[in-house]
Design a protein around this ligand. Structure first.
Ligand code: SF4
Length: 478
């Protein structure tokens, strides 16, 4: 499934002279969370220095600024960004760096504030002038208002700003002496703490970054926790902020994004306390229990459907095979649009392998179906490659609603399951059978937290924080 994109990824290191290089590596490991822009902010000699640009980590951070390594910088934080509307400018790339009351403050954000427009209107009336169209700048203006009008220090201004925010926000906030790491009270997005030897610390959206920072996973940054990591690698200090209960009335404690486990996070990561690999295997197993398909071979839609397909085939006792080959170098098409339609150009990225599927009843395991356009093309391609039957099993429930918390889905009207019944989808996609994993089945696959501590709003419309009236879902940093 390639029609949905993640918002952003964060990484920070303190206490190690390779901090900037470690953060660059940690961002590279999280490139899947955002490919539009990347940046690193470091604390050196009592001031902050920023390096950022548009493009992939390998392009933007190919060479770190001269002197960073030699100076033995011990605190760095970075960001990879994905955004959509109006986001293609360097101004929106993060971290953002500003000066407030003579003090440098840098910030990087993963998530989306659901009350951004309310806060922005309020701040604009107070005279704030916005340089970007990102939610993240709102947090800086909230802090600036407090620091300039009351003389509060950064920590207290940040705490007061946090109390005004609703929605999804994992933050890194840097000042010359260290880095604050913050996770919102509902814990929508993942953020974890790692230890570098006995001298340093690392924070990352996904733990897959830790080995590349020479760090070992310690624990999640808790929902509603603000951590202070001194630049010299000293022990972190921790505070709580909230209260959570003011944001919702359902008795829910957390609203962790289950879609991180279904699709976004890398299988080598621990997210919300669970191994993404293990959760995806269990999703496949549960899918087999709920909806066994009459098939000779189980094939994944690479890459994100891989582990659910593995679990499905093992539980079914049916062979697993790679029925699609992936072209990693897909760029623009060289033929005109009409011909491209005829040639099913949508399948350029994944093409069936006739020898793997010819004459077989194939069960394709997909992590999700969004618009259905790419699925339809792939199923057609499988039939043309000789599959005698094509069944599809999906490792999450049907997507019917948008996301207000940092995930870029198409508008609900464009979601195939928003408009059609299961049987209508099956016919539209030209499948012999189609089943989705139930919501209960999906939630039974996570173990570290209670199933009711997950957001499933894009499946059932039960938003943990009420969307603003008349608002359309937005992606990270808009
Ligand atoms: S609406 Fe869906 S994608 Fe968005 S946070 Fe909730 S579970 Fe995740």
């Amino acid at each position: 499934m390639t029609e949905v994109r993640e918002s952003c990824g964060l990484c920070a290191v303190t206490g190690d002279r390779e901090a900037a290089a470690f953060v660059a590596e940690g961002l590279h490991a999280q490139q899947h969370r955002g490919q539009e822009a990347a940046g690193i902010l470091v604390s050196s000699g009592g001031s902050l220095e920023l390096h950022k640009g548009l493009g992939l980590v390998s392009e933007v951070l190919a060479s770190l600024p001269e002197g960073w390594r030699e100076r033995g910088i011990t605190a760095a934080m970075g960001h990879v960004r994905y955004g959509t509307y109006g986001s293609g400018s360097l101004a929106n790339a993060q971290p953002l760096l500003v000066e407030i009351s003579g003090r440098q403050v840098g910030i990087a954000h993963n998530g989306t504030l659901s009350n951004a427009s309310v806060l922005k209107n309020e701040l604009t009336k107070l005279g704030a002038i916005f340089q970007t169209n990102s939610d993240t700048e709102i947090i800086l203006h909230l802090m600036a208002h407090r620091m300039e009008s009351t003389g509060y220090d950064v920590r207290h201004a940040l705490e007061l700003a946090l109390a005004r925010l609703e929605g999804a926000f994992c933050l890194l906030v840097m000042v010359p002496g260290g880095i604050y790491a913050v996770r919102d009270p509902l814990g929508f997005r993942p953020l974890s703490l790692g230890r570098i030897g006995s001298h340093g610390w690392a924070v990352a959206s996904e733990t897959i970054a830790f080995p590349l920072c020479c760090a070992e996973y310690v624990r999640e940054v808790e929902a509603g926790e603000m951590l202070w990591l001194p630049s010299d690698g000293g022990e972190p200090a921790s505070w709580r902020f909230g209260p959570q209960e003011s944001l919702f009335g359902s008795g829910r404690k957390l609203a962790q994004c289950i879609f991180e486990h279904v699709y976004f996070a890398r299988p080598g990561s621990i997210v919300f306390g669970d191994s993404v690999y293990e959760v995806r295997i269990r999703m496949g197993e549960r899918l087999a229990d709920e909806s066994p398909a009459p098939c000779d071979v189980v094939i994944p839609v690479p890459d994100s459907g891989m582990f659910a397909a593995l679990g499905y085939s093992r539980r079914m006792g049916v062979a697993f095979d790679m029925g699609f080959t992936r072209n990693h170098y897909v760029g623009r098409t060289f033929i005109d649009p009409a011909t491209a339609r005829r040639a099913a150009m949508v399948t350029r990225k994944l093409q069936p392998i006739p020898e793997a599927v010819r004459g077989k009843r194939v069960c394709v395991v997909e992590d999700s179906i969004v618009r259905g356009t790419t699925s339809r093309a792939r199923i057609k391609a499988l039939r043309e490659a000789g599959a005698s039957e094509v069944h599809m099993r999906v490792s999450c429930p049907p997507h019917r609603f948008g996301c207000f918390f940092g995930i870029d889905f198409p508008q609900p009207s464009a979601l195939i399951a928003n408009n059609m019944s299961l049987e209508e989808i099956r016919k539209t996609l030209d499948l012999d059978s189609l089943s989705y994993l139930s919501r209960e089945g999906m939630l039974s696959c996570v173990r570290a937290h209670s199933p009711c501590d997950y957001c499933t709003a894009c499946f059932n419309g039960d938003y943990p924080v009420a969307p603003p009236e008349g608002a359309m879902p937005r992606s990270c940093g808009q």
